[in-house]
Design a protein around this ligand. Structure first.
Ligand SMILES: Nc1ncnc2c1ncn2[C@@H]1O[C@H](COP(=O)(O)OP(=O)(O)OP(=O)(O)O)[C@@H](O)[C@H]1O
Ligand SMILES: [Mg+2]
Length: 246
């Protein structure tokens, strides 16, 4: 596998009421092409902040980010937790799905609709739904549309920040299976943020554990799950029901 992303000593501070708080401490992270990395840790541990830094939406205070071998920034897409917030309520679904293309390419409307129809069928979104508005779709249908929008640019990396936690249990399983199928089909690279350690087991090959903005453990899932080195990871895995250590 080849290197897609390398974070080197990333630090981030937020200032709240003029008090500076460090939310990420010296984060080193390697993501290789085609792999699926789970980013886990309790609420407030810095997962979303780290993903926003990778997306270029938030600037780190120090540290380096390098991409691939030639330093050209690859395409990074994101799927966030709440599908309803992710779509513009005044735009038809197809326009939102095609938006990342429309911003970058000058083409006729039909070109974008065609691309949109193709990707919608890949994510299991029925054809007739793409002309509706978000309020006319279910949560699961919107999340399929959000995934379609993330994939329409053929991204090098997809960041999935709790992509199923706002959905019903039955819909969650379908979306997770869809994400796994898409990863195999397109050799996608995922950073998967979740609280659900059962899902991690199912979906990812590597795990990165954050606690209070620090990496406390990282490695292959099979190694970390069978023999966590860190006490916090062990507690997290026990609480998540994925290990049972006497
Ligand atoms: N824009 C901001 N301004 C100030 N503080 C922030 C900001 N965004 C996040 N924080 C703080 O940074 C810390 C890390 O937040 P972050 O959203 O990265 O956590 P998280 O691991 O994604 O949590 P969750 O699992 O609840 O989504 C928290 O203490 C949070 O309050
Ligand atoms: Mg978060």
């Amino acid at each position: 596998m080849s290197r897609l992303l390398l974070l080197n000593k990333i630090n981030k501070y937020y200032s709240i009421n003029s008090v500076s708080m460090q939310v990420l401490h010296d984060i080193d992270l390697l993501v290789e092409k085609g792999e699926s990395l789970a980013l886990v840790g309790e609420s407030g541990s810095g997962k979303t902040t780290l993903s926003r830094i990778i997306l270029g939406l938030t600037q780190p205070d120090s540290g380096d980010i390098s991409w691939g071998d030639n330093e050209i920034r690859p395409k990074v897409s994101a799927v966030f937790q709440n599908p309803k917030d992710a779509m513009n309520p005044r735009k038809r679904i197809w326009e939102s799905i095609a938006e990342p293309l429309i911003i970058n390419e000058k083409k006729r409307v039909n070109y974008f609709r065609e691309k949109c129809l193709r990707i919608a069928s890949e994510v299991g979104l029925e054809k007739n739904l793409i002309d509706r508005f978000p309020f006319e779709l279910s949560g699961g249908q919107i999340q399929r549309a959000v995934i379609a929008r993330a994939l329409i640019v053929m991204p090098d990396l997809v960041i999935l920040d709790e992509p199923t936690s706002a959905l019903d249990i039955s819909v969650q399983a379908k979306i997770i299976n869809l994400l796994i199928d898409l990863q195999i089909e397109y050799n996608l690279t995922y950073i998967f943020i979740t609280h659900d350690l059962q899902l991690v087991h199912y979906l990812a090959k590597k795990i990165f554990v954050l606690k209070n903005g620090k990496c406390v453990e990282k490695g292959e899932i099979k190694d970390v799950f069978s023999k966590p080195n860190n006490l916090y990871t062990r507690k997290l895995l026990e609480a998540g029901g994925v290990i049972n250590i006497p």
